[in-house]
Design a binder for this molecule. Structure first.
Ligand code: FE
Ligand code: CA
Length: 517
């Protein structure tokens, strides 16, 4: 066996435990190249893949030998580096399906985005990178099934809200162990702030630096998150489709309005978008142009599912309430507000009408189900979500109904709790909303709280809730969509097991969630 740098060997072995076999062959020419002593191992951030289509997928890595460098360059020189990549049919890289070389740009933080095409539909592939003789960890990915494929038994994982300071990312590891075909990340992938998101929560580990404001800050923050081994592992086992929420930029931002007044917010938004693109396996069509970034998009998954990934931040048309708990906030609610923006609303309506798939997932950030907030259980978040945009929500619900879409399912993050909801228009159930809890934000949490009990009693469409950390595992068949709400007993210590706290199912052409376990 070839001698490898220890970290590389460990990551290869860690991957093999989940994915089968990664054999390092002495005859493998990719490995036997001379390793440069001038450049230290640049693959400290792992690898990722994303946005699969039937004949391809995006491969990602970023060269970062010193991810903690405050200047945001992660120890790389300000020149271009050639990075070779390989996609293989097998984990041992015996049968190379595609290979190539790209040049990094120091102005884009030496991030690598390869849009590999010419692959088989609905197939598993392995990929890796090499630069200056250094070999990256091996990632596994999948292409989307072709249009006619039934793709029964496909599994999607939902995740959101991973505050590094508030807990270990064990949920990412457990999610990876379920072997999903696709991971949908619904926002709050990083937290820009140095403070804890929730009062009273215990700080488990620290962010490097202060609040992210400059490009160097955001790059360093993303890099710190990507050094987490549980997160790296989850990226290495399956493709992800990501959308940002507020904390990738600034807490509760809306359109061009930050939560608290600050000069130059458009510039900060542009900066945050740029760093987000640099660190995510996104296609070139999502490349930001100044403070604009096209993140809403559609992914097809055979005849089984369409995923409409939405952007509920960038196109909001009005000012956010400085403090969403403030009484005066209600006075600022006006009809005609939009959460998606007119263009995205039309795009979604057209997409729902055109869809012929069995399931249509609306993957988005903020809580869509109405909440009675009079007793305060949800007050801090309610007006930042669809409750603050009731007329826009009504338009969306009417679009869902009039489009005739077969099985609409909204999947949501943001609120750091699991919720199973039915969504109703004028008293009639029209869709389901599955909300995934946080990966770590909020700390350990508890199964329920007094406030949740009130909320369950006051909101008839709400079936069930849980306030611990975790993720949601979806299994999609032609006749049924099943949601397993996975929870962890703790995240303030590493290594928690995951168990299914509740399971709900939807049947084809029937509205309304049913609890099955
Ligand atoms: Fe969050
Ligand atoms: Ca959020």
């Amino acid at each position: 066996m070839v001698r490898l740098p220890r970290r590389q060997l460990i990551s290869a072995l860690a991957f093999s435990a989940a994915a089968g076999s990664v054999t390092l062959r002495p005859s493998d020419p990719f490995i036997s190249a001379k390793v440069s002593r001038l450049v230290p191992d640049p693959f400290t951030l792992g690898v990722a893949s994303g946005d699969p289509w039937p004949s391809g997928v995006v491969l990602w890595t970023r060269l970062a030998p010193e991810p903690g460098e405050p200047n945001g360059l992660a120890g790389m020189a300000r020149r271009s580096f050639p990075v070779e990549w390989q996609v293989s049919e097998d984990a041992g890289f015996r049968t190379i399906a595609r290979a190539g070389r790209v040049f990094t740009d120091p102005n884009w933080a030496h991030a690598v985005h390869v849009e590999v095409d010419g692959l088989r539909a609905g197939a598993t592939y392995f990929y890796r990178f090499r630069v200056e003789g250094h070999l990256s960890p091996v990632g596994r990915t999948r292409t989307a099934p072709d249009l006619l494929s039934k793709a029964e038994g496909s599994r999607f994982a939902l995740a959101s809200c991973a505050n590094y300071e508030e807990g270990w990312f064990t949920a990412y590891r457990r999610l990876a162990e379920d072997d999903p075909d696709l991971v949908l990340h619904l926002g709050d992938y990083i937290y820009e702030s140095p403070e804890l998101g929730q009062p009273g929560a215990r700080r488990v580990r620290g962010h490097e630096g202060f609040e992210a404001i400059t490009l160097a800050d955001y790059r360093r923050r993303h890099a710190q998150y990507k050094t987490d081994p549980d997160l790296q592992h989850a990226h290495a086992v399956a493709p992800w489709a990501v959308v940002f929420d507020d904390h990738e930029v600034d807490g509760n931002w809306a359109g061009f309005h930050p939560e608290t007044p600050q000069p130059g917010f458009a510039g900060r938004r542009a900066t945050a978008f740029r760093a987000y693109y640099e660190h995510m396996p996104l296609r070139r069509r999502s490349l930001p142009r100044g403070p604009f970034m096209r993140i809403y998009r559609r992914l097809g998954w055979g005849a089984l599912a369409t995923v409409h990934l939405l952007d509920t931040r960038q196109y909001r048309d009005d000012q956010v309430c400085g403090d969403t708990r403030a009484v005066g906030c209600h006075a600022r609610l006006a009809p005609g507000r939009t959460l998606l923006g007119a263009e995205q609303e039309r795009w979604l309506d057209r997409g729902l009408r055109a869809s012929r798939t069995r399931w249509d997932l609306l993957a988005q950030q903020v809580c869509m189900a109405p909440r009675d907030t009079s007793s305060g259980p949800f007050g801090a978040y309610a007006l930042d979500g669809w409750d603050g945009y009731a007329s826009a929500r009504r338009r969306l619900f009417e679009s869902i109904v009039s489009s005739g879409v077969r099985n609409p399912v909204v999947v949501t993050g943001d609120v750091h709790r699991h919720y199973a909801n039915d969504l109703a228009l004028d008293g009639r159930t029209i869709a389901a909303e599955l909300i995934t809890t946080s990966v770590s934000s909020g700390g350990d949490g508890s199964r329920t709280t007094a406030r949740i009990d009130v909320e369950l009693a006051q909101n008839p469409g709400l079936h069930w809730a849980d306030c611990r950390r975790g993720y949601v595992a979806l299994t999609l068949d032609a006749n049924q969509l099943r949601a397993d709400f996975r929870t962890l007993p703790y995240v303030t210590r590493p290594g928690a097991p995951a168990t299914t706290a509740a399971s709900f199912a939807l049947q084809d052409r029937r509205r309304g969630l049913a609890r099955i376990a």
